[in-house]
Ligand binder design. Structure first.
Ligand SMILES: NC(=O)c1ccc[n+]([C@@H]2O[C@H](COP(=O)([O-])OP(=O)(O)OC[C@H]3O[C@@H](n4cnc5c(N)ncnc54)[C@H](O)[C@@H]3O)[C@@H](O)[C@H]2O)c1
Length: 318
């Protein structure tokens, strides 16, 4: 049976690039981009099918699934960590009801496979901070982290009890030069490149030494496609897989950029996002993903910095 994909939340930081990668893989007629907001007129999302949809509207979602004969749904619509802290009840509503609507489509056999990303935000201050294991103490203190942890438990539940083929990774902070990030605690690591490219001073909302796990977009997309391609029988984790690529502090990223942008300056003014970040791991153990489906990242800090500075378009940040 031919794969027909729907990406929900396609206009965001990850969706924009995931749609391009999926269209390359499956052909543009087989990949539908869906979002609650219309893409800009010059967006690459409009190089194929686009549907305006709200993941909270289950009937609307089903209409799109039936219209295109969708087999695989990638659910990216969510309220991210910093934004959800400002609107906890809506963060919970969007992140949970959106997930249930998609999982139920699979439970009712309307679609075959679901990808839903979790996050390193599922961990908390009581989690071992270094080399955080796949299975460990998980006491998240943010709405976002609570919703992702609950989502993971529901994914496993739908798999065990209803046979739903749902697959997930815990993305770290994603760094990219395509669409702008959507309100997460690791957004500084993207914002800094816009300032460096514009030769402006960067004011960082995290502490100089706040080490966090990060990943370049190309690796994140690669992980997503690899996991979705894996044999179902090789997938031993139906909650969500740890995946790791790099870990660095704002200061280390600044130094890496300064190897190329010599007169770049930074100032540290931590805000409420520092409190969120301080409960998250510094580095992640991803041996289970490596063993189960061959996960391997390709980008280190130096390579990522170079590619970001080569490709970032300062006009995007306005
Ligand atoms: N970007 C990261 O660093 C990161 C890290 C960990 C996990 N994640 C997860 O990956 C997923 C995608 O993240 P992102 O960074 O691309 O987010 P984003 O905020 O950039 O994009 C989310 C998209 O969802 C859309 N959306 C919002 N409400 C919707 C609704 N009701 N119906 C349909 N679409 C709706 C938004 O318009 C937006 O285009 C999220 O689940 C997020 O939690 C992201």
């Amino acid at each position: 049976m031919e794969t027909k994909v729907l990406v929900v939340g396609a206009s965001g930081q990850i969706g924009t690039e995931l749609v391009s990668a999926l269209r390359k893989k499956y052909g543009k007629e087989n990949v539908v981009a869906g979002d609650i907001k219309n893409p800009k007129s010059d967006s690459s999302l409009l190089n194929g099918h686009f549907e305006l949809l709200d993941v909270l509207d289950k009937e609307g979602l089903l209409r799109v699934v039936e219209k295109y004969g969708i087999t695989d749904v990638y659910l990216l619509a969510a309220l991210l960590s910093a934004t959800a802290e400002k609107n906890p009840s809506f963060g919970w509503e969007l992140n949970m009801t959106g997930l249930f609507n998609v999982l139920d489509l699979a439970k009712e056999n309307k679609v075959k496979k679901v990808f839903w990303p979790s996050s390193i935000a599922v961990f908390g201050a009581t989690t071992p901070r270094n080399d955080t294991p796949q299975r460990t103490i998980m006491e998240p203190t943010t709405v976002y982290g609570i919703s992702k942890l609950a989502g993971e438990r529901w994914c496993e539940y739908y798999h065990k009890n209803y046979g739903v083929d749902v697959r997930s990774v815990r993305y770290p902070g994603i760094i990219s030069y395509g669409a702008l990030p959507g309100g997460g605690t690791t957004d500084y690591a993207v914002d800094i490149f816009y300032k460096a490219k514009a030769h402006e001073k960067f004011v960082c909302f995290l502490d100089k030494d706040m080490e966090l796990p990060m990943m370049f977009m190309e690796d994140a997309i690669d992980a997503t496609l690899k996991l979705m391609d894996a044999n179902s029988s090789d997938i031993t984790i139906r909650s969500s897989y740890n995946i790791a690529a790099l870990s660095f502090t704002p200061h280390q990223l600044f130094e890496s950029i300064r190897q190329i942008v010599k007169y770049f300056e930074i100032e540290y003014k931590p805000d409420y996002r520092q409190a969120i970040a301080s409960t998250w791991p510094a580095s992640i153990n991803d041996e289970v993903a490596r063993k189960d489906w061959g996960w391997r990242p390709k980008f280190d800090l130096e390579k990522m910095t170079r590619v970001m500075l080569e490709n970032i378009n300062p006009d995007l940040a306005g």
